[in-house]
Design a protein around this ligand. Structure first.
Ligand code: ATP
Ligand code: MG
Length: 259
C-alpha cells in the first residue's frame, strides 16, 4: 500500500486532474484505491462522485474533536475499485482555525492508519494553499507528486512546496521523495519550452522526463464527471498519465537510495 500526496501551492496546475487520472488508472487495473479530497472546493468529489451536491459528511469531520471512523465517511465513485473520501465546504474552516492547534498535522496519518491497509493506493488531492490540510497530507504521504504547469509563474510555488516537504521529512524522521510532473505542456509555445528547460535544470532527476500534454479530453472528462481512464482510454492525456504512473512506481532515484 502506498500513500501519494498530489500537491502544489499554485492553483489550477493540474493537481486534481493528476489525482483523478492516477487513481482511476490504478483502479482500472483491478486494484483497490481511495481518493481523498482535501480541497474545500471539492473538485475531485464532484468529478468522482457525480453531481450529488455538497456532502454533509467528509474529510472535515476527521479534524473535529470527536472524529468518526474513516469508514463511515467513504462513498463509492462511479468506477469499480475506487472509493472517495469527499470534501465539504467546512474544510475551509479547518484551514482557517486549525493553524497552531495541537495535533492537526497528524490527523490524516492517524486516520489513514485505520483504513490504508484495505487499499493498494491512497491518493490525496490537496488545495492550492500551504496550510493545515496540506501539511497533514504531506505528513501522511510516502510520495509527493507535484504537478507543475509549464508556464513561467509555476516555478515560484514549487520552491516553497519543496521546502515544506523537507521540513516534514525532518520532523517525522522519514524521507518524503518528490516527483515533479510537467503538466499542460504545449510544445508549440516558447514559454512552455523555456519553463520545462528551467525545471529540468533546477530539479534534475526529480522531474519526470516526459510531460502531460494539453488535452481537452481531460477537461471534458472532469466536466462530465467521468473517470478519465474509462472515458477516454486512448486520449493523449490518459496515455501520458499511464506512462507517468509507471515512472512513479519505478525504483527510487539515485540520490534517494541512501535515505
Ligand atoms: N492536461 C490538461 N489539458 C487540458 N486541460 C487540463 C489539463 N489538466 C488540467 N486541465 C484543466 O485545467 C483546469 C485546472 O486543472 P485542475 O483542476 O486539475 O487543477 P488544480 O491544480 O487541481 O486546480 P485547483 O488549484 O483549483 O485545485 C481544469 O479545468 C482542468 O480540466
Ligand atoms: Mg484541484
Amino acid at each position: 500500500m502506498s500513500i501519494w500526496c498530489v500537491a502544489n501551492q499554485k492553483g489550477g496546475v493540474g493537481k486534481t486532474t493528476t489525482a483523478v487520472a492516477l487513481a482511476s488508472l490504478v483502479a482500472a487495473e483491478g486494484k483497490r484505491v481511495l481518493a481523498i479530497d482535501l480541497d474545500p472546493h471539492a473538485s475531485l468529489s464532484h468529478w468522482l462522485g457525480g453531481a450529488e451536491g455538497p456532502e454533509p459528511r467528509g474529510v472535515a469531520d476527521l479534524f473535529a474533536d470527536a472524529a468518526p471512523p474513516v469508514s463511515a465517511l467513504l462513498r463509492d465513485s462511479g468506477a469499480a475499485g475506487l472509493q472517495v473520501l469527499p470534501a465539504q465546504p467546512a474544510l475551509a474552516t479547518v484551514e482557517r482555525h486549525g493553524v497552531g492547534k495541537q495535533g492537526m498535522g497528524l490527523v490524516l496519518s492517524r486516520a489513514l492508519a485505520e483504513v490504508a491497509p484495505h487499499y493498494d493506493l491512497v491518493v490525496l488531492d490537496c488545495p492550492p494553499t500551504l496550510g493545515v490540510l496540506m501539511v497533514s497530507a504531506l505528513a501522511a504521504a510516502d510520495l509527493l507528486v507535484a504537478p507543475t504547469q509549464t508556464e513561467p509563474l509555476a516555478l515560484h510555488g514549487l520552491a516553497g512546496l519543496l521546502r515544506t516537504a523537507q521540513m516534514i521529512e525532518r520532523s517525522r524522521g522519514r524521507a518524503l521523495p518528490v516527483r515533479i510532473v510537467p503538466t499542460m505542456y504545449d510544445k508549440r509555445t516558447r514559454a512552455a519550452q523555456d519553463t520545462l528547460a528551467t525545471l529540468r535544470e533546477r530539479y534534475a532527476a526529480s522531474v519526470w522526463e516526459e510531460e502531460i500534454p494539453v488535452d481537452t479530453r481531460l477537461r471534458e472528462a472532469s466536466r462530465d464527471a467521468q473517470a478519465p481512464a474509462l472515458a477516454h482510454a486512448l486520449s493523449r492525456g490518459v496515455v501520458a498519465y499511464a506512462r507517468l504512473l509507471a515512472w512513479l512506481r519505478g525504483a527510487p532515484l539515485p540520490e534517494e537510495k541512501a535515505a
